[in-house]
Design a protein around this ligand. Structure first.
Ligand code: SAH
Ligand code: SF4
Ligand code: F3S
Length: 436
């Protein structure tokens, strides 16, 4: 028996950087610590232990997290744990960069991390990787929103040439479907009306005979959850049957996040993405034939090694044709250990910045176009928080297409799903009215 009573009541603060995988992992750790008596606080000053869950996807992401670790390390009497992809990537270098780190722990060792923090184990360095581990939120998990995450896969084996994730998060593993279902039911019982299935590449989900679409159908059958989303989808793994399921089951939101990365076939090949831009565009065409109005969002990298002005204009062209609702756009950041780390012809930073700016401008114009077309429509939104604008307090929420809405109506409360008219736009956010 572990004796954790000595730690009961200790306060833990968790700061998370990076993608939803890290956010989910932080929720898991928080729930596992609460299970054994820890209290989560939202002010680092009040904490006995500070956990920084960091990201390494780009240099900038690393630097940001490291800056915060520096700040936290100056506070008195705190234990500091650095975890996540950042810990896996930099490991011992972290101790050289910042003094006073007590625990370093990568993404596959969070069960041990919980033991260490609760005092039943003294080991402080956990770089190792167990390729079979998956985590599920414990019963102590209390969602603070009406929307919850459920991780269905961990790891990635795609080895896109620029990307550090496969080196940090290991092999692809898929969670047992029954564990996925019980986690969804648990979240629902705690008030979630929307769940997002998470993985670096959710469409690669495979557990025995159950692939992603089978899992989705199972969730539709076995849980009453009202809205289902999933993130991220790799274009190479999309089967058009997915869009039929989305069309036939409105509980699955008509939105897909489908990273394009680049529009030039030469660059896509160097990136090892496994599709051409023509294939990508044809896929979108088929998807929208089956499910008209499907919202598509994407990720794009500019300034990949050897990217010429011609290559970049193909990205712009592909963006024009794809009509993305929105795009996360990034300047290529060389990551040591990846295949592209050694690629020659680095694009000068000035040019990378200019390309990013031109791309963002185009993405914004298309986005506005798409949003304007929606004005006047009535649509159901889930109220998932409030927002202050000037004097007024609004409810905020998202449409099934993942578009932002602020709402100004009387008799509603957070967690309600309400039908609103999209009256007008303020920048990229709709202002909705409940009455017709
Ligand atoms: N698994 C997802 C993406 C995970 S990382 C997928 O394959 O689509 C999120 C995004 O970060 C990527 O889509 C990519 O656009 C960007 N990214 C990854 N590595 C990068 C790097 N070295 N430099 C710049 N952007 C990068
Ligand atoms: Fe990285 Fe590619 Fe895996 Fe996405 S699919 S996490 S970009 S290697
Ligand atoms: Fe960052 Fe790791 Fe996610 S590197 S983007 S937190 S998988």
């Amino acid at each position: 028996m572990m004796n954790n009573t000595g730690r009961r009541g200790e306060r833990v603060f968790i700061r998370t950087f990076g993608c939803q995988m890290n956010m989910y992992d932080s929720q898991f750790i928080s729930s596992a610590l609460q299970e054994i008596g820890f209290i989560e606080v939202d002010d680092a000053q009040e904490a006995d232990i500070i956990i920084v869950n960091g990201c390494s996807i780009r240099k900038h992401a690393e630097d940001r997290a490291i800056n915060w670790i520096h700040r936290y390390s100056r506070l008195d009497n705190k234990r500091i744990a650095v975890i996540g992809c950042l810990a896996q990537n930099l490991h011992d270098q972290l101790r050289e960069k910042v003094e006073g780190i007590d625990i370093i722990c990568g993404p596959d060792n969070y069960n041990e991390l919980v033991d260490i923090i609760s005092g039943s184990s003294r080991e402080m360095n956990l770089p190792g990787r167990k390729t079979d581990v998956t985590y599920s939120l414990t019963d102590s998990y209390r969602p603070d929103r009406f929307s919850g995450f459920v991780s269905i896969t961990r790891g990635c084996e795609n080895f896109c040439s620029y990307c550090v994730v496969p080196y940090l998060r290991g092999k692809l593993r898929s969670k047992d479907p029954s564990a996925v279902i019980s986690e969804i039911l648990h979240l629902e019982e705690k008030g979630c009306r929307e769940i997002t299935l998470l993985g670096q590449n959710v469409l690669a989900y495979k557990h025995g005979d159950t692939g992603f679409t089978e899992l989705l159908e199972m969730i539709l059958r076995e849980s009453p959850v009202e809205r289902i989303r999933f993130l991220t989808s790799h274009p190479r793994d999309v089967r058009t049957g997915l869009f039929r399921i989305m069309r036939d089951n409105t509980r699955v939101c008509p939105h897909i996040h489908l990273p394009l990365q680049a529009g030039s076939d030469r660059i896509l090949k160097l990136m090892k993405r496994g599709y051409s831009s023509g294939e990508y565009l044809r896929l979108l065409e088929k998807a929208r034939d089956i499910l008209p109005g499907l919202a598509v969002t994407t990720d794009i990298i500019v300034g990949f090694p050897s990217e010429t002005e011609d290559d970049f204009s193909m990205t712009m062209e592909a963006v024009r044709s794809s009509r993305f609702d929105s795009a996360f756009t990034f300047i290529y950041s060389p990551r040591e250990g990846t295949a592209a780390w050694r690629f020659p012809d680095e694009v000068p930073l000035e040019i990378k910045k200019q390309r990013l700016q031109r791309l963002n401008q185009l993405v914004m114009e298309i986005r506005l176009d798409i949003l304007r077309e929606q004005i006047g429509k009535r649509i159901k939104i889930l109220l998932d928080g409030t927002a202050q604008r000037g004097e007024n307090l609004y409810f905020k929420g998202r449409t099934p297409h993942f578009r932002n809405v602020l709402l100004d109506c009387g008799e509603v409360k957070e967690g309600d799903i309400v039908e609103v008219t999209l009256e007008k736009l303020e920048k990229f956010t709709f202002i909705g009215k409940c009455r017709r």
